[in-house]
Design a protein around this ligand. Structure first.
Ligand code: NDP
Length: 296
């Protein structure tokens, strides 16, 4: 039997409806939530992401500020823009779009963002709070995955979650979040990566399999347990001459085969994708609520 789909569009719309109410309440109390995005250089994919973030802010009725800086920007020029945003009372959250040009030290930039405005949750202070089970913010993509599980009624307590991939942006925080105490977590977590021995033996033990490696259709049906919930974070563009664009997006999971074995699965595109911006917006609203004194 084919797995039930978990669609990011449906889950994100539910969250946006809640955010709109919180934004209205903030506005009524005199606070207009504001998000700024800083983009350095000409990476075309980054320009698309940044534009989408601005459009979503506007559609929610929030303040949006986009700062585009040339590839030749120096580190001290970027740090000075960050200092201004840290001090700007109209901006409740901001992020510097990654990747940065190679002459800029990414860590120095991440560390310069004021933790209370760090809506990407990349600052070590916020990473530490998340690990300690007292999150200031949650990183957008793993938080989006967790919301997809919770809002589609997937039980996580006592379940074996296997996370494939250990990046700082997805794999590591995903594992850290699922092992916490509380709703949408309380899982037994295993993390596997490129140096793991017998990886398929471990993925076959997963009740919930979260895959974030950036390798097209890496996870095949024989690597998945019958009835598992499969969340595919991967976004890979592959050549496809039959497609009008000559290419198309696929995930890290062999969707057509795995959907016949899983109980629930996220497609690519249309699965986790829309959740990342949604959770960024949620973090910005939370930052604005904190600054207005209506949330901790
Ligand atoms: P990274 O490249 O930073 O990390 C990839 C991870 O996968 C590494 O930990 C690496 O292991 C592991 N890995 C690579 N190859 C294998 C393999 N053959 N077997 C097991 N593990 C392997 O990627 P990200 O975490 O940033 O992104 C992963 C995917 O998710 C990408 O396709 C990306 O585009 C997508 N993504 C999607 C988002 C969304 O909004 N939907 C947001 C963020 C990412 P090691 O550490 O040992 O090298």
């Amino acid at each position: 039997m084919s797995a039930e789909l978990i669609l990011g569009k449906d889950v994100s719309e539910e969250i946006y409806a809640e955010l709109r109410q919180r934004i209205e309440a903030l506005k009524a109390a005199g606070t207009l939530p504001g998000l700024a995005v800083v983009l350095v250089g000409d990476d075309p994919a980054s320009h698309v992401y940044v534009r989408k973030k601005g459009e979503m802010c506007e559609s929610l009725g929030m303040r949006s500020k986009t700062i585009i800086m040339p590839e030749s920007t120096t580190q001290s020029e970027l740090l000075s823009v960050i200092a201004d945003l840290n001090a700007d009372p109209e901006i409740h959250g901001f992020l510097v779009q990654l990747p940065l040009p190679p002459h800029i030290d990414e860590k120095a930039v991440i560390n310069a963002v004021a933790p209370e405005k760090d809506v990407d949750c990349f600052h070590p202070y916020n990473v530490g709070r998340m690990l300690a089970g007292d999150p200031g913010f949650l990183p957008a993509t793993p938080a989006g995955v967790q919301q997809m599980l919770v809002r589609s009624g997937v039980e996580t307590a006592g379940k074996h979650v296997v996370v494939v991939g250990r990046s700082n942006i997805v794999g590591k925080p995903m594992a850290a979040m699922m092992m916490q105490k509380g709703p949408g977590a309380d899982s037994t977590v295993t993390v596997v990566h490129s140096r793991t021995a017998n990886l398929p033996e471990i993925t076959r033990q997963a009740d919930i399999l979260v895959v974030a490696i950036g390798k097209p259709r890496f996870v095949t049906a024989d690597m998945v347990k019958d009835g598992a919930v499969v969340i595919d974070v991967g976004t890979n563009r592959i050549d496809d001459p039959t497609h009008p664009k000559g290419s198309r997006l696929v995930g890290d999971v062999d969707f057509d085969a795995v959907k016949e074995k899983a109980s629930r699965i996220t497609p690519v595109p249309g699965g986790v994708g829309p959740m990342t911006i949604c959770m960024l917006m949620a973090n910005t609203v939370r930052a604005a609520e904190r600054s207005a004194g209506v949330s901790q």
